[in-house]
Write a protein that binds this ligand. Structure first.
Ligand SMILES: Nc1nc2c(c(=O)[nH]1)N[C@H]1C(S)=C(S)[C@@H](COP(=O)(O)OP(=O)(O)OC[C@H]3O[C@@H](n4cnc5c(N)ncnc54)[C@H](O)[C@@H]3O)O[C@H]1N2
Ligand code: MOO
Length: 389
């Protein structure tokens, strides 16, 4: 069995970034910028007042008097330039008139009709934002980059109305098994509800993919063939279940009959041992184990990094963090164990029950504590790696 790192490297080797499409800025949240963008204008495009007050020229003395000759507001510039002894009423965001070298806050003047008298003490600041202080014309937003709200505001300020983003990966999700029905249906006594597919779908969508949930494939060759047919056009095919060695575990066999070229089968990982990866007629495929926790953990460790690679964000493993153990843990076996755990004030604490079918336990976990293959017993306070989930 290969290691998690080796499996991930082999999965990355199956993937290439998808092409780009142009979308309006209003639809670009969370998308991945595919090409660098350059500012079409500077911000601010003119020297701008940063306070409400009066624009003046020179370095006036306390008590000096100025005649107000006009007003500059945001979006309404004062046309002329300032002569000595004159001031312009100015509001935050307005262009500072030519000739003005500072803005005095209105709190620091006495208004007397159409004159102002400066207060005895002035702060030393100009209250003027120089043109281009935020960014100049041609400033670059580098790609690839996942666009966060602040990026969208920056691009808008740059007068970029539409952006080129990586196409959203179309992920075909195929749950397999005679025992499965969808929530809301009436299961027979020997059936259960398809559950992990909802977690995987949410994870895919949150990462920026489009999850295409196909009808549940029964454990028969024709049903699986039909499911693979329906997956046509997908950028990634993800099957769930039927990956192990049971009599009805058909995914690999039918996949191969249809042209699956397997990269690997089985990894030294717990949960998730029977993971399959390969390409089906050129389309990358992941065959996840059916146990709900195994499927979701494989989703975090393999599916999400694969999606990020398709999105052009590079080939990186899930971002592990370092923390301290809350209590002792025993030695680990020969498979890397991703234990469901909680992050507590005392450190990271594995849950008592670790069976890969226990969704109620998983739902209480907020981390996967990594116990490396062959790792010895560890004491409270020791540094460990974990993945926040
Ligand atoms: N003799 C062996 N038996 C098993 C081995 C093994 O190495 N030798 N591996 C075990 C491990 S580890 C896992 S994980 C499972 C994975 O098996 P499959 O991928 O073939 O999954 P299924 O048998 O189809 O299902 C396993 C389990 O999960 C339930 N399931 C399946 N799909 C869903 C779904 N969409 N939503 C909710 N639950 C689902 C299914 O009913 C089974 O209970 O194999 C072990 N066996
Ligand atoms: O490795 Mo299986 O994925 O434990 O349940």
């Amino acid at each position: 069995m290969i290691s998690v790192d080796e499996a991930l490297a082999q999965i990355f080797a199956l993937l290439a970034p998808l092409g780009a499409e142009t979308v309006p800025l209003a639809q670009a949240a969370g998308r991945v910028l595919a090409h660098p963008v350059r500012a079409a204008r500077a911000q601010p495009p003119f020297p701008a007042a940063s306070m409400d007050g009066y624009a003046l020229a020179g370095d006036p003395r306390p008590g000096a008097v100025f005649h107000i000759v006009g007003e500059a507001a945001a979006g309404r510039a004062f046309g002329g330039s300032l002569a000595p002894g004159t001031a312009v009423r100015i509001l935050t965001g307005a262009p500072v008139p030519e000739g003005a070298t500072r803005v005095v806050m209105q709190e620091d003047v006495h208004l007397q009709g159409d004159r102002i008298v400066l207060a005895a003490r002035l702060d030393g600041r100009t209250h003027i934002r120089p043109a281009g202080v935020d960014f100049g014309i041609g400033a670059e937003v580098a790609a690839p980059r996942r666009l966060r709200p602040a990026d969208l505001a920056l691009l808008a300020a740059m007068n970029i109305a539409e952006v080129s983003v990586t196409r959203r990966p179309d992920v075909a999700l195929i749950a397999t098994g005679d025992e499965l029905v969808m929530p809301g249906e009436i299961p027979r006594d020997d059936q259960i509800i398809a559950s992990n597919i909802f977690a995987l779908r949410a994870m895919i969508e949150a990462e920026g993919g489009r999850a295409r949930v196909l009808p549940i494939a029964r454990d028969t060759a024709p049903a699986l063939r039909m499911a693979f047919d329906l997956a046509e056009g997908a950028d990634l095919i993800v099957t769930i279940g039927g990956a192990s060695v049971g009599d009805h575990d058909l995914v690999a066999r039918i996949g191969e009959e249809l042209g699956l070229r397997r990269a690997f089968y089985k990894i030294a990982m717990r949960p998730g041992k029977p993971l399959i990866a390969g390409t089906l007629n050129g389309v990358p495929m992941l065959g996840l184990p059916g146990n709900p926790i195994s499927a979701i953990v494989c989703g975090h460790l393999f599916l999400l990094p694969a999606l990020r690679a398709l999105l052009g964000l590079g080939c990186h493993p899930a971002a592990m963090q370092t923390g301290r153990l809350a209590g002792p843990v025993g030695p680990n076996g020969q498979r890397a164990h991703y234990m469901r755990a909680r992050l507590t004030d005392a450190g990271i604490a594995p849950m008592d029950q670790q069976d890969s079918s226990l969704l109620s336990v998983f739902a209480q976990a907020d981390a996967l504590l990594l116990r490396p293959a062959g790792d010895g017993a560890r004491a409270p306070g020791e540094l460990v790696e974990y993945l926040p989930i």
